[in-house]
Design a protein around this ligand. Sequence first.
Ligand SMILES: [Zn+2]
Length: 470
Amino acid sequence: MSRDEQARLVLTAHPLQRVGTYAVAALARRRRPEDVDAGAFAEVEGVLREDAVRSALVRDTKRDFWLKCSFSVFPNSPMAHPSNGKKDDETIRSAVRRWRTMPDPTGWPDADCVLCGRQAVEFFGKVDVPLAESDIYRNTTPRGHDGMALCWPCVVCFYALPYGCRLTGGPLTALHSWHDAFLGGTTARRVGHNRQSFTLGGSPRDKTVDSEVVALWELRRYGEPIRSGVELLVFTNNNRGQALTIESMEQPLAEWLRRTMRSPQLKRGFKALLGAHWTPRQTAAVGLARNAFREPARILGAAARLLAERGERGVIPDYTADLAELCRSFAIEVMSMNPKDMTEIQATAARVATVLGTQESGGRLKEFYATLKEPARMRHWLMRRGVDWALVGPKDADGPLMTSRAMELLFDPDPDIQAWLNRQMLLVAVLEELHTRGWRPKDGAQVAEELAEEHGAEGLQALEEEVEAR
Ligand SMILES: [Zn+2]
């Protein structure tokens, strides 16, 4: 294989290698890895090498953030060797430079790069590559084995990887997506951000922010539809323990969040949704971001719970219709709810709202909310109102309170029906109806509690300011 080939970037199926590849492209100030020619590649090798030399010579992790990070990525390397404190500058400088220089072709092994299939230049161990083990990526080197056979460009991508990660001094987070343009843009921004702080010698401003929230920022700022999901790979290669955890967000949710966060029309509903995720222990943005990665169904649950809690105090907040609109689009686009089923739920909700709207007091409404946690009670409650509806319901009623399809949607245990989701949507839709009709219980709270809006506004501001600042 020619030397030129050892200076050409190739994207592989390894997410961390991909992040590293885009980090090299960003350091070379090219948008795409294929635009990095041999000259630009050599320039990046120089940057990576000399950054490592500069930090290694500081010898003190308290005074150099990049050196501190390197202990989590390249432990025991000439850059982060515990014995560096006792060595003179020249010894460290030449050891780091040798480490970051392509091995001589005469010593190349008879092996292909395990990632891209080109000629390998050496077997690499955890000094060079994060060897974390997980169910998906088994990078550990078997006992007695020389390590991973890699070509030089793939190794250089791993040297550049931390530049494209969120750095904390401890575990690193790589934000990955198979949507190349998104990955390229987000990695390039991260590289710029990190290099700026390396140059200033300090640590990045956002090192204490949750990595899930960082993913929200990146989605919010992306101007095009996102065509793949996003993954957060949190890893450390530290001597005290290697680890890799992966959190994923599926494409429909990533795209829904991106679009919702950017839409001026949906702002009010989104603020309420953020507010619904606030607790005394976590900010609104952290709550939403964690649900998005760990348990998306809870996003709708948080919205329904917020409305239910307000309702228990006899309050139908002003943001009800906006939040309900978001819940509907979430149910259809993210939870794959059939729009025909949604129509059925809404028609049912309109009839239930008619029943509740004849009441002056909020007692019945509270009763209804209270059944959300217990399907059997909700079913019983609806059956009883159904009997009243048939006997003394509106004269122009053209059917029962609950159709057989509505019963099925709300209470069928078949997991494909997602009855729990439909019940939450019913509650949200009933409130939206009551809100539209201007119904207010006479015994409702005198002062409306709008804490959710305040916390939501706070959360939104934090997201927007961060996007502006970066
Ligand atoms: Zn390779």
